[in-house]
Design a protein around this ligand. Sequence first.
Ligand SMILES: [Cu+2]
Length: 338
Amino acid sequence: MIKGNKHVKINMKKQKNQAVTIITLTTLLSALALVSADAAPWNASVGAQSNDKGFQALAFLPNEIWIHAGDRITWTFDADEIHTLTFLIADQPRPFFADGCPGFSMDPATYDGSTCVTTPPMVRGQTFTVIFPAAGNFKLVCLVHENMDGRIHVLDLSEPLPHDQAFYNEQADSQRNELLSDARNDAHAAHALPNSSHGVTAGAGEVTANAGGSRTVSALRFSHGSIKISAGQTVEWDNQDPVTPHTITFGPEPPDLVDPSPDVTVDPDGARHAIIDSTSDSTHSGFIVAAPQERFGLPQAPLGVTRFRVTFPNAGTFPYICALHDDLGMTGTVIVHH
Ligand SMILES: [Cu+2]
């Protein structure tokens, strides 16, 4: 803007007869300068994790921001767990994250409530900017995680903003610390309650809320990195997380992660059960996950399958993974003695 004004002043000296036009131009430039100084760039982040990636905060940090119409917010992704940054339109059914809105928005995107905006799944280090030209209150969601949302209040320029960027940085820091320490506590409290004496908890977590929306924390670890049993015994995995699915997968990952492999049977109490005879056997639990949350006016959700059992008739060392989170370190071993 300084350069522009200088240029305008030089023009003024050279062409006095166009002074009126130039004064108008100068006024316009000053007005633009005011608007652009006002159209503040804001910053926030998406997700957070512990150093070993085992504890994940599935949250927008912070998840409630007040800005002016014309402002933009740049979100920085901060986790190896995938997230999307998504603004749906009213009444739009939640799409599958890999499909987008459908499709994915260009960076920077503009959102005023009339057209859906979404990123593809993104991870640590990536950024995405959204410009908000019109006043309104907008819900921000992650298409990967159902209990991860926030809200952006876009106010007219005449309205004062309640907070500055330093406030939001502080909010993000304290919410990050709170959520990750919740995840740590959940993991420590999550002692498997098996129906056999050999229980492993496959994931723990909780959904929490503040005035901005829902946040989820997840401990993406098996409670016992390795468990020792005797031949003929059964190990039972239980998922204590309210929303995050996990799998117990011996051998190669099947193409279909949701459903159990054909060898898996169902026990009378609904738990899935497999038998692994040798270290070359493979089996896949399918998603072990809590039932979805109930909503008024909808049919009640079916019971989720939250337990998986494997019987080991023979001795050996049997490594396994969670096919969804092995890249974040969710792996384990069953050691079977004679
Ligand atoms: Cu998992």
